[in-house]
Structure formats: C-alpha cells, structure tokens
Design a protein around this ligand. Structure first.
Ligand SMILES: Nc1ncnc2c1ncn2[C@@H]1O[C@H](COP(=O)(O)OP(=O)(O)OP(=O)(O)O)[C@@H](O)[C@H]1O
Ligand SMILES: [Mg+2]
Length: 381
C-alpha cells in the first residue's frame, strides 16, 4: 500500500529546522480547509456549511477534469470512494476507453456494464463502467426504439461500422451518446422509485476538451434542430447545467496545469457550465523552514551551519558537497516560490480547494482509500 511520503516532513540534516518556526506552508497542506467562498457567477450559494457537511450536498454528478496527467483518474476514483462512504452507492464512469479505472481498482477491463469495483469505508459500493459510443448508441436505440442490443439489426450496425462512421462524421453525436449515458445513470430510478445511484463520478476528458465535450447543445446545433438527437441533447444539457452537476478541476502546482485550470474555469463559465472545486494534487511540502528558504533563494545560506549539520550527522563536509547542497537548496526554494505563486493564482479563482499529497509509491487501491479520506476530511465529500 502506498503511503504519504514521510521524508517530506523530516527535518533536513543540511539546515536544521528551527522548531519555533513553523513552515509557512504546513497549514495549507494535508489539513487545509477548502476556501469556503462561492463562485463569482453567483450561480451557487456561498459554501458556508458546517464542517461535517460536504461542500456539494445537492450535487449528483461530479465531473473530474484537468490537464492531462495531473491525476483526473486518481482523483475521480478517490472521490467516488469518499462519496460512497457510509452506505451509499456511487457509479464511476470513464469515457475515453483508456481502462485507467480498471488498472487502479486492479480488476479486469471495464465494459459497458456497471460492475462493483470497491466497497467504501463504513459500507457503500462503488460501481464502474466504461462508456463507449457504439454501445451507448445501441443502448439508446434499445431504450427509445426497443431495438434489441444483440439482435440482427444491432449486429448489422456493428458489422457495417455504421456507428463508427456516424460518430466520425459528426463528433458531436459521439459526445451526446457518451454524456447521454452519464445523464441516464444520474436520473435513473430503482424499483422502489429512489435514485439508482446516490452520485455519479465522471473521469472526464482533459481541460482542453471539456467545455466542448459537455456543451453538447452547441455541438449538435448544426446536426439536429429538432427530433430525437436534439431532444436527447436538451435533456443532457438540462442536467449538466443544473445545480445537480459540479465540474471539478484537478491540477498540480506547476505553471502549465495552473494556467490550464484558470483557462478551463473561464471557458466553463463562459458556456454556463457549473464549476465545482479545484483539487491540487501531488503536493510536496517544503523541505526547509521559511527562513532557510528565503536564504536559499537569496543565496545567503550559512555554509558553516550546513557543514556542521553534515558533521553532526557523521558525514564528511567537503566544500564541493556544501556547494552542491547550497545549489540544490536554491533550486528547491525557487520551486517552492513558484508553487506558492501557483497557489495564489488558484486562490484567486475563489473555488473550494482541496489538496492531496504526492504519494511516495505508485497509486494503488490502498492509496485511493487514503486519498478518499483526505478529500472527505477537507469537505469535498
Ligand atoms: N497524489 C499522487 N501521488 C503520487 N502519484 C500520483 C498521484 N496522483 C496521481 N499519481 C500518478 O500520476 C500518474 C497520472 O495520474 P492519473 O492517471 O490519475 O492522471 P490523469 O490526469 O487521469 O492522466 P491522463 O490525462 O493520462 O488520463 C499516474 O501514474 C498516477 O498513479
Ligand atoms: Mg486518466
């Protein structure tokens, strides 16, 4: 099981930490509370709930986007576990055929079929599925036209490559089919009339494509002005634009992902899609206390103190080693300063913000539970 890296909290031998001086970052990492301010568009109430109430109480569809590789799949899976805790039923869906969820949950490849992949802490189930346009179209034809999913017509459509053809000619149709299935799961009722799922979490396409992917009414406007596709797209859009949906953005504290997050929020707001929270993933707390960071950045670290720190640790302290350490401390201080600027830029978005640490080992099912706990403790679920 991966654990939160502990070395990042250790006192470095090079520059002894001043115990009276807490890191200026320590308050903001694992124990960070989300910034409880509401979005600028006023579309949602200010988030002033008590600590034990999650930040998105009415939300049934959580869409997780972000720059490629920033942790969308990891965060979506952790959020699903967090939401399922205490006996709830959550569906986790992927739409890009990447099988990222199957890898994380260490299960056979997901198909177009809801399958239980994990049990949440305190009871509760996470189901998962991979939505692909071909199956989604056959499902749609089955639901609305009673066409058998496995009958001759369906087999012929598949064999002719008709679906691939249709979705290639009209990419908007592909997105309507994918989001249509997600919406169907959100509004589905069980036999007793209650919601089939308490929440649906979508491991969504990256920020660069998310607004187009979700803003399907725009996508299909050239395709269908009336008829079933238009009706389907209107129904999906009604859920996506409603208070039942929150689109969360996942990022790292690096220049490009931060910028992409800011641009993504602006783009989503522009097309009136409901932005949720920002999840800052891969947090690495500074290795040096603030005074040492400032000195490292200014190139004024006390070389004698570094040498004596090395000697105290029973290590040789030749000049070139001290030089190397001073250089590394300088690079580290620059990175920390950049991260802090990234944090400030994200803070200016005034969205609930959650932080997850960089784990020391590869993410596995055990680490998902840890990350889920952290999201829950910070109020995201
Ligand atoms: N908090 C973390 N600590 C350590 N490793 C992490 C963390 N979050 C994600 N990772 C790792 O980073 C890599 C990218 O994560 P993930 O696949 O979740 O990102 P993604 O945004 O879904 O990527 P893609 O754009 O390729 O779909 C994976 O190898 C994952 O295990
Ligand atoms: Mg992914």
């Amino acid at each position: 099981m991966a654990r939160v890296t502990s070395t990042v909290f250790a006192t470095p031998a090079v520059v002894p930490a001043d115990s009276s001086e807490r890191s200026r970052y320590s308050d903001k990492t694992l124990t960070a509370k989300p910034a409880r301010t509401g979005p600028a568009d006023g579309g949602r109430p200010l988030l002033t709930y008590a600590r034990d109430v999650a930040d998105f109480p009415g939300v049934r569809l959580h869409v997780v986007t972000g720059k490629g590789g920033t942790g969308k799949t990891t965060v979506a899976a952790s959020l699903a576990l967090a939401l399922a805790g205490g006996g709830r039923k959550v569906l986790l869906a992927e739409v890009e055929g990447r099988q990222g969820l199957a890898q994380l949950f260490d299960c056979p490849p997901l198909r177009y079929e809801e399958r239980k992949v994990a049990v949440a802490p305190g009871g509760g189930d996470v189901f998962a599925l991979s939505i692909d346009p071909e199956d989604a179209l056959l499902d749609y034809l089955h639901m609305f036209y009673k066409l058998s999913r496995t009958g001759v017509a369906a087999r012929t459509l598949r064999r002719m490559g008709a679906i691939e053809f249709a979705t290639t000619v009209a990419p908007g149709l592909r997105d309507v089919l994918l989001t249509g299935k997600v919406k169907e799961a959100v509004v589905r009722r069980g036999g007793n009339g209650t919601a089939a799922y308490d929440a649906v979490v979508l491991d969504a396409p990256p920020t660069g494509r998310i607004a187009r992917f979700l803003n399907i009414s725009q996508e299909v406007s050239g395709l269908a002005k009336v008829g079933p596709i238009k009706a389907q797209s209107d129904g999906v859009m009604a859920v996506l634009r409603s208070q039942r949906t929150a689109i969360h953005l996942c990022t790292l504290l690096e220049e490009m992902p931060v910028q992409e997050t800011i641009d993504g929020v602006a783009e989503l707001e522009q097309v009136r899609l409901p932005v949720g929270g920002v999840v800052v993933n891969g947090i690495r707390p500074p290795l040096l206390p603030p005074a040492a960071l400032s000195a490292a950045e200014a190139g004024t670290l006390d070389r004698a103190q570094i040498a004596s720190g090395l000697e105290k640790a029973a290590l040789d302290a030749p000049d070139d080693l001290v030089d190397t350490l001073v250089g590394e401390a300088g690079d580290h201080a620059v990175r920390v300063a950049l991260e802090e600027r990234g944090r400030d830029s994200l803070g200016a978005l005034h969205r609930p913000t959650y932080e997850l640490p960089m784990l020391a080992e590869a993410v596995d099912l055990g680490s998902l539970y840890e990350l889920a706990d952290m999201l829950k403790a910070q109020g995201m679920a």
